[in-house]
Write a protein of this length. Structure first.
Length: 117
């Protein structure tokens, strides 16, 4: 899956409920189910052009909403920061720590891993 598709899927997860029913259905089938325009058109009973128009309008709406709110950007930044912290905690665990320091490092690593799931 390309980076654009991942982004579109994330935008759809965050803001999909704000789209029209047709836009959401077409976008979900295209980005999440990886169906072609023809397959979506057949399934929804509309033309390929109708499907393309719904996807195009839906994506434009999702991008506008993201531009105003920045939720997906902040979510991605938080995920990357948590991953970096987890990696640092894992490095701490790999050191020859003993006693409470070892326990704290392991707990930190496990807690960060749980947040990332």
């Amino acid at each position: 899956m390309t980076e654009d598709r991942v982004r579109q899927s994330l935008l759809l997860d965050f803001y999909g409920e704000l789209l029209t029913d047709k836009q959401r259905a077409c976008c979900e089938l295209h980005f999440n189910e990886d169906l072609s325009l023809s397959e979506i058109a057949e399934q929804c009973g509309v033309s390929r052009q109708g499907v393309w128009d719904n996807i195009r309008r839906g994506v434009a709406s999702l991008e506008q909403i993201e531009e105003k709110t920045g939720l997906v950007r902040r979510f991605s930044e938080t995920q990357h920061a948590l991953e970096a912290l987890r990696d640092t905690a894992d490095k701490l665990c790999a050191l020859r720590l003993t006693g409470e320091a070892k326990t704290l490092a392991a707990g930190l690593s496990q807690g960060l891993e749980a947040l990332l799931e």
